[in-house]
Design a protein around this ligand. Structure first.
Ligand SMILES: Nc1nc2c(ncn2[C@@H]2O[C@H](COP(=O)(O)OP(=O)(O)OP(=O)(O)O)[C@@H](O)[C@H]2O)c(=O)[nH]1
Ligand SMILES: [Mg+2]
Length: 207
């Protein structure tokens, strides 16, 4: 038997998801009233790809062959119920320093000043685990008390051993991170079924 939540989640993700705005700076960010969930992580970790898989669209969020593609905050409205926000990545060494500094500032400003932000999905490459730049974002989210959940991406490229080890390492940090959701999710935009239902249900719980 389906639960009421999963029925709603199934309905929600069968609805249209549309691009509503792209903000290159915090001043131009629209004041939406919908609850928001944001996808954050290092450059190239798979944020835009995951949004496409979640919404079952090929190119709603732009995915690039060279990292550093998402350069602004992109807002996508799902059924006028919840906003999905695709953020630029941090830590892309090859982009001009000034640009990287600008994206980092934008990410931090957004995370600190968005009252409608209900959940941050912090994406981490399942082959590499947490980097210092991820831990900085985690510290910020603890400080501003924005709830965040770690998603290990690109599971098609890693082993079960990698995933188990990284999950264990992250769990061991839980006492230091008061705003971290205890459950770690695992996804792949190649094996599209992995972890997607759980993320759908999480997002639906905010809609
Ligand atoms: N093998 C594999 N490749 C993936 C997966 N997800 C994304 N990729 C690839 O990784 C690259 C970056 O993906 P994006 O979705 O653009 O990553 P992003 O985090 O949005 O990158 P930025 O916008 O630059 O921060 C692309 O070449 C994707 O095809 C995955 O689950 N498995
Ligand atoms: Mg992107």
């Amino acid at each position: 038997m389906m639960t009421i939540e999963s029925d709603f989640s199934h309905w929600l993700f069968a609805q249209d998801c549309v691009f509503v705005a792209g903000s290159p700076n915090i001043e131009s960010m629209p004041q939406f009233t919908l609850p928001e969930v944001a996808f954050v992580g290092r450059s190239n970790v798979g944020k835009s790809s995951l949004i496409n898989v979640l919404t079952n669209r090929k190119a709603l969020a732009r995915v690039s062959h060279t990292p550093g593609r998402t350069k602004q905050l992109n807002f996508f409205s799902l059924a006028d119920k919840v906003m999905l926000v695709d953020l630029p990545g941090y830590g892309y060494a090859k982009a001009p320093k000034k640009e990287v500094a600008g994206w980092n500032k934008l990410i931090y400003q957004y995370l600190q000043a968005r009252p409608v932000l209900r959940r941050v999905f912090l994406l981490v490459d399942s082959r590499h685990g947490l980097k210092p730049s991820d831990e900085s974002v985690m510290n910020l989210l603890d400080e501003v008390a924005v709830n965040y959940q770690i998603i290990l991406t690109k599971s098609d490229k890693s082993t079960k051993e990698d995933i188990d080890k990284i999950s264990l390492d992250i769990r061991s940090l839980a006492p230091k991170h008061s705003a971290m959701h205890p459950e770690i999710l695992v996804t792949s935009s190649r094996f599209k079924s992995e972890g997607i239902k759980q993320i759908h249900d999480e997002i639906a719980s905010f809609a």
